[in-house]
Ligand binder design. Structure first.
Ligand code: FAD
Length: 292
């Protein structure tokens, strides 16, 4: 397992893919099978999300292990502060380290569904920056990724406040930033300009998610605060119930975003592939053509 911070010196941009742990063990096995298709495109790292309130913790760990052992992917397990004390977090971080992982995506996490706002666990952490500092102290050689929000985090008053908080995470020891999904690259470019003014100098990997249905994208954007450009929404509305057409529109939009980001010299692209190897492989293939 290689610290991601060591990969940015390579000449071409990095490619990463995010999985979420499926709800059943059968589905988990299927995910591992479909990862075969992705292995062909040799992602530089693969990240695995961590469920709120412990709901998917064991499956997250199992998914990391299987993806690493079956495909030798460089893994970035996600970790959140939700419902965990410092001692519990130390056990998890040490366990990941002893299992050989050298990357962690450090997050505050979202509140569980039945709770309207984030609650700090007893003897736990209020912000991702606290978790970053904690991991750094335990294992300075772990490469830590943190979340950035091109359209600001939903709880933040404005982008500049959110960016100051992002700067705290970087100063605490984060090696790079992966962004929340966005559909308009100009939002990312504005975010980068503002981040630059605050001397946030670690690499920023933009996160892309292809739209697969209007319902799905409305649910996701309402949760994460990303906006849906009117032009994309218009195309999706015209496609209506034609699922295949919607899929094609979503992949074409994300591909155009990806090509523009590579042209602009971004240090990598992160794909929210929604555990769908068909979607991921189309975008990964577009990535390979763009960088070669
Ligand atoms: P923080 O950086 O702590 O920020 C949370 C809020 O607090 C922001 O509004 C920020 O501006 C504010 N803030 C930060 N520091 C301070 C401070 N010192 N004082 C005052 N305000 C402050 N969620 C999961 O549950 N599991 C996952 O695996 C997961 N993976 C993700 C991967 C990526 C790439 C992204 C972008 C998000 C992911 N999330 C995941 C969602 C994330 O947990 C939520 O967006 C969460 O609400 C915020 O997490 P954070 O790490 O950005 O928090």
């Amino acid at each position: 397992q290689t610290p991601i911070s060591q990969l940015f010196s390579q000449e071409r941009p990095l490619l990463s893919v995010e999985f979420f742990p499926p709800k059943s063990d059968d589905a988990l096995e299927k995910l591992i099978e479909s990862a075969d298709d992705l292995a062909f495109y040799q992602p530089d790292f693969v990240s695995v999300t961590y469920g709120a309130g412990g709901s998917t913790r064991d499956r997250s760990a199992k998914a990391c292990e299987l993806l690493r052992d079956e495909h030798e992917f460089n893994i970035m397990p996600h970790l959140t502060c939700v419902g965990a004390s410092r001692d519990e977090l130390a056990v998890t971080v040490n366990g990941l380290y002893e299992s050989g992982y050298r990357n962690i995506m450090a997050l505050r996490g979202d509140p569980p569904k039945d709770s309207p706002s984030f609650v700090v666990a007893e003897n736990g952490f209020a912000y991702a920056s606290d978790l970053v500092a904690f991991i750094k102290e335990l294992h300075p050689d772990i490469s830590i990724g943190v979340a950035g929000y091109p359209e600001k985090h939903p709880e933040a008053a404005d982008l500049s406040t959110d960016l100051r908080n992002l700067k705290t995470k970087v100063d605490a020891g984060a090696s790079f930033i992966t962004t929340q999904l966005f559909f308009d690259n100009s939002d990312l470019y504005r975010f980068l300009e503002e981040a630059d003014k605050l001397d946030i100098s670690v690499p920023v990997i933009p996160g892309l998610m292809p739209v697969l249905s209007l319902k799905q994208v409305k649910r996701i954007t309402s949760m994460c605060g990303a906006s849906l450009p009117a032009e994309l929404e218009k195309h999706l509305n015209l496609a209506g119930d034609n699922d295949e057409l919607v899929r094609q529109i979503g992949i074409r939009w994300a591909t155009e975003q990806l090509q523009d980001l590579i042209e602009q010299g971004l240090p990598g692209v992160h794909l929210y592939a929604l555990n769908r190897s068909d979607v991921a492989t189309e975008l990964m293939s577009a990535f390979r053509s763009s960088v070669e």
